[in-house]
Design a protein. Structure first.
Length: 101
């Protein structure tokens, strides 16, 4: 990954948190997060979004929850900002070098 890609990835992570912060404390579907990013002119694929959501979940900034009925194809992934994620967005904890605010 080159320097520009690294900066764009950090910015994407920060934007994901900002989208979730706007709707806090209620979560959003993964699809709505993706649509919000595309509307903000981020060039992001569903696969890349999933990778960044996994990163943010491993850092405990978000939670991911499958809801609905997967066996009849009515399931969706819900994404929600955690208290730690809210504190990061609000500047109540030290900045994370992997996320641009």
């Amino acid at each position: 990954m080159n320097n520009i890609e690294r900066i764009e990835t950090k910015e994407l992570r920060g934007r994901i948190l900002a989208v979730l912060d706007y709707n806090y404390p209620v979560g959003l579907s993964e699809k709505l997060v993706l649509q919000s990013l595309v509307a903000a002119r981020f060039d992001v694929t569903r696969r890349e979004l999933k990778a960044q959501l996994a990163y943010l979940a491993e850092k405990n900034y978000i939670t991911l929850q499958q809801v609905g009925f997967a066996d009849i194809d009515l399931a969706r992934q819900m994404v929600k900002l955690t208290v730690s994620g809210k504190d990061l967005v609000d500047g109540n904890i030290d900045p994370d070098p992997g996320v641009s605010a």
